[in-house]
Design a protein around this ligand. Structure first.
Ligand code: NIG
Ligand code: FE
Length: 403
């Protein structure tokens, strides 16, 4: 067998579903050709290979490249002032209702040039990459007018071309009502659905559509109108659901067979059952839970009991989750939500791929999938969720290209 690269002297946490924890293969070998994994298994079983390069990993662990399946990575400014206000007693909802919150980031994002947005996002991106991330989902939603939403999505696509990661873009026009439409929200919703979304889609800027379903944001009826239009355009759906209250968001996501329902701290048993039936992934966002000092965790036992797939993401955003480390997100998910380190890592690989519709392409180390890998200076996979802030990454590969 001919190959571009052969990795040996390593252990592989393949994250394939198996009875072996982490789908682990001790003393593994990985064969990469044309950007894909063409063979992986115990080195003892390795067939003869003629590889251009052979890399010895000195006993390090390999995992799938990590997938951050929910971020708002592109935005102007920051909201550290609101952080201080919240520590002084104000709630996230108080600040949003007083015209701060998302709307404050909208003003800063509209004012920023495309170049500035790219440069500031790239700094945050470096944090994610340093923690093994090879795929990032990036949402719009701080533009909230046609040009500014397109600007955000163009920046996200540019990150995909120049940033050294794969990018999935998500249109989040229903994130908040912008100030100029406060007295006419239905006019804004019409525009977001019938003007902004088709324009972004026509430019090839939209891989999925998301909305913020919450009393301080958009109702189920409003989100349904967006989802109908998105489905007519053939776009997959995601939903910020039941984060601060139970609004039936999970049921709505299930009704539309969305890829994922995200946050879901307040989801009910009926919502979880609906998600299970429709195969909706639960994306847990422990950074936002932590920063908002929330007390009601997502019902992880119930999700497990119903067999709902669980992903974990940073939710990197200026308001509720200024988190730029995927491994820190794993730690927060374990400590706050009691995921096991194995569940958390599956949530940042196999299940995150599913939450983006990439389950046949990435998220697991197996023959046929993209050669997106991370090599780590750890002696057990659980270390990835154990340390906070420790640099552990040795190398990343995207489509077999090492960095
Ligand atoms: O995922 N929940 C809505 N969106 C973000 C927060 C956005 C913001 O406050 O800027 C989230 O937590
Ligand atoms: Fe979010």
């Amino acid at each position: 067998m001919k190959a571009d690269c052969l990795l040996i002297d390593c252990h592989a946490a393949t994250m394939a579903e198996s009875d072996v924890p982490y789908g682990a293969i001790k003393d593994a070998a990985v064969v990469i050709a044309d950007g894909r994994i063409t063979w992986i298994g115990p080195r003892a079983d390795l067939p003869p290979v003629q590889a251009e390069t052979i890399e010895r990993l000195d006993g390090r662990w390999l995992t799938p490249g990590l997938i951050d399946c929910h971020t708002h990575l592109v935005f102007g400014g920051d909201r550290s002032g609101e952080f201080e206000q919240r520590l002084g007693g104000a709630t996230y909802e108080d600040i949003a209702r007083a015209g701060g919150g998302i709307v404050a980031s909208v003003q800063a994002t509209r004012a920023a040039s495309e170049e500035d947005l790219f440069l500031s996002a790239r700094v945050r991106l470096e944090g994610l990459k340093a923690t093994g991330v090879t795929t990032v989902e990036i949402k719009s939603g701080y533009g909230l007018d046609r040009e500014s939403e397109l600007k955000m999505l163009r920046v996200a696509k540019r990150i995909g071309r120049e940033g050294g990661v794969r990018v999935c873009t998500t249109y989040l026009g229903l994130h908040a009502v912008p100030p100029e439409y406060r007295s006419d929200r239905s006019a804004y919703i019409d525009k977001a659905i019938n003007d902004m979304l088709p324009a972004a889609h026509a430019e090839g800027l939209v891989d999925a559509v998301d909305a913020y379903c919450e009393p301080i944001a958009f109702s189920r009826e409003e989100v349904s109108r967006l989802f109908d239009r998105a489905q007519a355009l053939g776009l997959p759906l995601k939903l910020h659901a039941d984060q601060l209250s139970d609004g039936g968001g999970a049921e709505l996501a299930a009704r539309y067979r969305a890829l994922s329902a995200d946050h879901i701290e307040y989801v009910t048993g009926a919502g979880v059952a609906a998600m299970a039936k429709a195969g909706v992934v639960a994306v847990l966002l422990p950074g936002a839970f932590f920063m908002l000092r929330e007390t009601q965790a997502p019902p992880v036992d119930l999700l497990r009991a119903h067999g709902v797939r669980i992903a974990v993401a940073t939710d990197c955003n200026p308001g509720t989750s200024p988190v730029v480390s995927m491994t820190d997100a794993l730690n927060l998910a374990c400590v706050q939500f009691r995921l096991t380190p194995e569940e958390a890592l599956a949530g940042a690989t196999r299940e995150a791929a599913r939450a983006l519709g990439l389950q046949d392409q990435a998220g697991v180390l197996q023959a046929g999938r993209a050669a997106d890998l991370a090599a780590w200076d750890i002696s057990r996979p659980a270390e990835l969720a154990y340390w906070l802030g420790k640099p552990m990454l040795h190398a990343r590969w995207i489509s077999g290209i090492r960095s």
